[in-house]
Design a protein around this ligand. Structure first.
Ligand code: SF4
Length: 508
């Protein structure tokens, strides 16, 4: 589905102004929207929120969440994408409406699996935390009342009576600070996070929470509500799945990549087959480097690998003729003879280039698609190594690619936090000797393009490889060339979405 062009279309508003629905710049998203909206607006809102949540994820691992730089960058992005960015901004009805509707659309798309739910919840929590902490004290109070979370402030007399305990049990609060702060009496269930980390005074089944920690309570409440809501939404999936307009859209969103789809190959014909070995070391993301290595070693890739790698190679510029040659040369070095290749595999390559079947020009897979769908089984090499590899194996692989130990630790930390694309960005930085990748990685072909730009000083892909690059790349290139004396390979694919192609892949 082409989101980018549609986004430029004018929104078709189907409902009138409902300003009273959004008294605050932030929401708990308790009530789903009830107005009718056009599909154009539906798509556009959803894509913008997805962009926003990806930015939230990116900033969350690059900056301290309470740092000014984090707040400034997030505010800028919210402003750019036309979401509410300021607690007291007047006349931001459109932004608040967009915030409300887009949250519920992505909730539908991201309730579909445990992984998706976890990712969505985390980003929404971070976004909410930022917005809540931007509120003034009086706006916080108003908001809490609005969402029925107004906690009872303890009296000055009780505070005086408990001041020593409050001071001793609340890290960071001296006695004079205790006197200044308002304390709230909160049920233990709401204060679990503070209780668990020993940051609050407990008495008779209540936590005495200082105002400065109230965001933890609110966040906890928001998480519980959203988590339940996601589980409930997931249960209603069968009815959503029967809606033929919505289902493809939601599926697309949950695998979505917000950027060019790399279906138009600017570089078509600019790559020679002889370059692929070296390019795989210098400019391929880890997923494609792994597939290339496996293809070279076993002279075969199973269905999922041929799909993922074949479309990637198409995206970086291999022509149909080159693809046929690349895959054929490699396959006939294994167990497939030329005749079998022509009958069984060549069709699918032509299919991917839109020369067979429905004549659709298939696009390379985005990271989200690779990460979220069709996980590899034993004997498969497709998927995202940051998502699908055992951490110990990933570590060994990174060591063999000469990534420094500190870099490996950083990557593994990101993987542990389920930030797979950010782990890949870190891999890019480490293999290209740059401190900041300067873009948000969403697509393997984007990785390739950015790598080439960097290595070639911003110029288009060169026909011949430059010998420049950092020493690690040079070493790895040498290593690769030494272990791969065969000069060429080839490119094939078919697509799980392609009709009637499975028959051509019985020898998977
Ligand atoms: Fe490939 Fe994307 Fe995973 Fe990187 S994050 S290895 S580009 S799928």
């Amino acid at each position: 589905m082409e989101f980018s062009s549609r986004m430029r279309q004018k929104y078709a508003r189907l409902a009138g102004d409902r300003r009273e629905l959004y008294p605050h710049s932030l929401q708990f998203y308790l009530e789903p929207p009830t107005e009718s909206i056009s599909l154009v607006e539906f798509e556009s809102f959803a894509i913008d929120r997805l962009r926003l949540l990806k930015i939230v994820e990116n900033l969350g691992v690059s900056y301290l969440k309470n740092a000014d730089s984090y707040k400034t960058k997030l505010e800028n992005e919210l402003r750019k994408l036309k979401f509410p960015y300021k607690a007291l901004a007047e006349d931001d009805y459109e932004a608040r409406r967009k915030d409300h509707i887009s949250h519920f659309i992505l909730r539908l798309a991201y309730c579909q699996s445990e992984d998706l739910r976890r990712w969505f919840l985390q980003q929404e929590m971070d976004l909410f935390r930022y917005r809540f902490t931007q509120l003034t004290e009086s706006l916080m109070q108003k908001f809490l009342e609005h969402v029925n979370l107004s906690f009872e402030a303890i009296s000055e007399d009780l505070k005086k009576e408990l001041e020593n305990e409050l001071c001793a049990s609340t890290p960071g609060l001296s006695l004079p600070k205790v006197k200044e702060q308002m304390f709230y009496k909160v049920g233990l269930a709401d204060a679990v996070d503070l209780f668990r980390t020993r940051r609050v005074f407990i008495k008779d089944g209540f936590a005495y929470v200082p105002f400065k920690e109230i965001d933890v309570i609110v966040l906890n409440n928001f998480r519980t509500k959203l988590s339940k809501a996601l589980a409930l939404t997931a249960r209603s999936l069968p009815s959503i799945q029967s809606d033929e307009r919505l289902q493809p859209l939601l599926n697309h969103l949950s695998h979505s990549y917000v950027g060019p789809d790399y279906s138009v190959q600017k570089n078509t014909g600019k790559i020679s087959l002889e370059q692929i070995d070296a390019l795989s070391v210098k400019s391929f993301p880890l997923c494609m480097r792994q597939l290339h290595r496996a293809l070279r070693d076993s002279h075969h890739l199973r269905h999922g690998g041929r799909m993922q790698y074949g479309l990637f190679l198409k995206g970086i510029g291999l022509t149909l003729e080159q693809a046929l040659e690349f895959w054929k040369k490699e396959f006939i070095r294994g167990k497939v003879d030329a005749d079998k290749f022509d009958k069984g595999y060549a069709y699918s390559i032509r299919h991917n280039y839109g020369k067979e079947g429905k004549r659709t020009d298939y696009t390379p897979y985005s990271c989200m698609k690779i990460i979220m769908s069709n996980p590899p089984s034993q004997g498969d090499y497709h998927g995202c190594p940051f998502r699908h590899s055992d951490p110990e194996l990933l570590k060994q692989k990174l060591q063999s690619y000469k990534i420094p130990p500190s870099g490996i630790t950083q990557i593994l930390e990101l993987v542990k936090g389920m930030h797979f694309q950010l782990a890949c960005q870190k891999y890019f930085e480490l293999t290209h000797d740059v401190d900041d990748i300067g873009f948000s990685l969403n697509h393997p072909n984007q990785y390739f393009t950015e790598s080439q730009k960097l290595l070639n000083g911003g110029r288009e892909l060169k026909k011949e490889l430059s010998n420049s690059g950092n020493s690690q790349q040079k070493n790895n290139t040498q290593e690769s060339m030494n272990s791969n004396s065969t000069p060429t390979s080839s490119n094939t694919t078919d697509d799980t979405e392609l009709e009637g192609l499975e028959a051509y892949f019985t020898e998977d």
